[in-house]
Each structure stands twice: as C-alpha cells, then as structure tokens.
Design a protein around this ligand. Sequence first.
Ligand code: ADP
Ligand code: MG
Length: 268
Amino acid sequence: MTTSTSSRERVAEGADRPAVEIVNVRKSFGDVEVIKGLSLRVARGEVLCIIGPSGSGKSSLLRCVNHLEKIDFGAILLDGSYVGYRRVGETLHEMRLSAIAAQRAQVGMVFQRFHLFPHMTALENIIEAPVGVRKESKAEATARARALLDRVGLADREGAYPGQLSGGQQQRVAIARALAMQPKVLLFDEPTSALDPELVGEVLTVMRSLAEEGQTMIVVTHEIGFAREVADRVVFMDDGQVVEEGLASEVLESPREQRTREFLGKVL
Ligand code: ADP
Ligand code: MG
C-alpha cells in the first residue's frame, strides 16, 4: 500500500516525467535530412552524453531542443511541455515569440566558442539574462552571480572582461551564465573542443561537479574519458540517427554496433 501511494504521489508531482523527451524528430535543411526520425529521453538529474562523427546532426539536435531550429516532424517536450508549440485540439501551433523566449530561458546552452558578450565583465555577463529576461533585481542577481562565480572557481575574476580571461575561464563564465537562469536542462555542444589541451580539465571538473549535484545535462563531446566517468547514458549518433544507446560502460566498453566500434577506434 505504501508503495502505491508514494508512486502515485510521485506521478502527481511529475517526478516520473522526463526532463526532455524527443519523439521521432525529423529535420531537413533544404533537401538534406539531417535528423532522421530520432527519439531520446533524458530523465531528471540524468547526464546524457552524445558522441558521433562530425556532420551526424548532434549540434542540429541540440538546437532543436531549444527551438533555435524548427523541427519538421515529431515532437520535443521539455518537462512535459511541447518545445516551440502549443496544442490546440489535435493540432500544434507555433508559440508566440514571447512564449518561445520564456521557454528558451529554461534551457541553458553552452557552446564550443563561449559566446560571452565581449563588452561586459564576467559578472555583467551572468546577470544580464536574470535582470533583462527574468526581471530579477540587480542586487539579487548579483548575489547569485557571485555565488555562481565561486562555484566555477572564478570568485576573484568578476570584474574581468572576456578578453582578459583564458578560454577555460571564459567557458566557466559561460557555464555560470547558463546556470544563472536555473535551467531545467543544460545543453553542452562540444564545450572543450575549442580549448587548449591544458585548459580542458578545469572545464570538465566544473561539469563533473554539476553532474554530482544532479543537474540534468545533455553533453555533446569527444571527451570519451569524461563520458565514461560522468555520463549515466551514452548515445552514439551517426547520419541523423541513434545507432546505439545504453549505459556508458556498455556503449564505450563493449559496443554492439560495428559503426560505434569504428568510431571509438578512431577517437580513442
Ligand atoms: P554535428 O554537430 O554532428 O557535426 P551538425 O548538426 O552541425 O552535425 O550538421 C549536420 C548536417 O547538417 C551537416 O551536413 C551540416 O552541414 C548540415 N547543417 C547544419 N546546419 C545547417 C544549416 N543551418 N543549413 C544547412 N545545413 C546545415
Ligand atoms: Mg556540432
């Protein structure tokens, strides 16, 4: 009895609802289909790593998750809500821009090339969206930004401009900026591949600590060691499709598919 009650309560709270659900999504650029009927689920608190060759559609998929690209078919749900669309009867209508912006604020994105505002300090970069989009007071946003800078190991650099920071420091500011919006999911698109090798570790350390704290993350990465250590599940994507998915240990140590083995043979 106790079990059924508690599971009912969990369903009522939406605790069993995936953070992100991608259902049979298709996406073309012109005549070229780059996502070919792809489905994936990411549970709350889960770290999903996506690996795969260049051009396999990984970035396009991430961009669809926050509606930077529109999907042609299928659906993406963020915490149970359609991304970019609202349902009216049997049909889906694209949301208004204001609603898209509000939804996008729930998805943090960290890019290969940081994309910080060059004319703003680290602190100003972090408070920009909380103050501008979420209408937090500057004092409140600043207090949280300082805590976030401390969390990514940059408490002493709040007044630095991006040009005064190393690539690894800039990427850690970018992570703090994404966290400042308290996103339901953080998307990382090859966050360390533009960094000098000696700066990769400091960024992966921050990401590892977020994973330990239960932040839901989808990480596109070529860092197989990171994926093996931190990912709950690994997806190998090729040619716009999921070729193989499973526990990190399964996919990386004993892949079932020949294409996965060939890819791992090249990157390891
Ligand atoms: P990955 O991140 O796995 O390298 P991408 O999602 O960047 O793959 O690209 C998948 C395919 O889609 C590639 O063939 C790429 O050239 C194409 N593509 C990506 N973005 C666009 C775009 N905006 N317009 C046209 N083609 C695109
Ligand atoms: Mg890419």
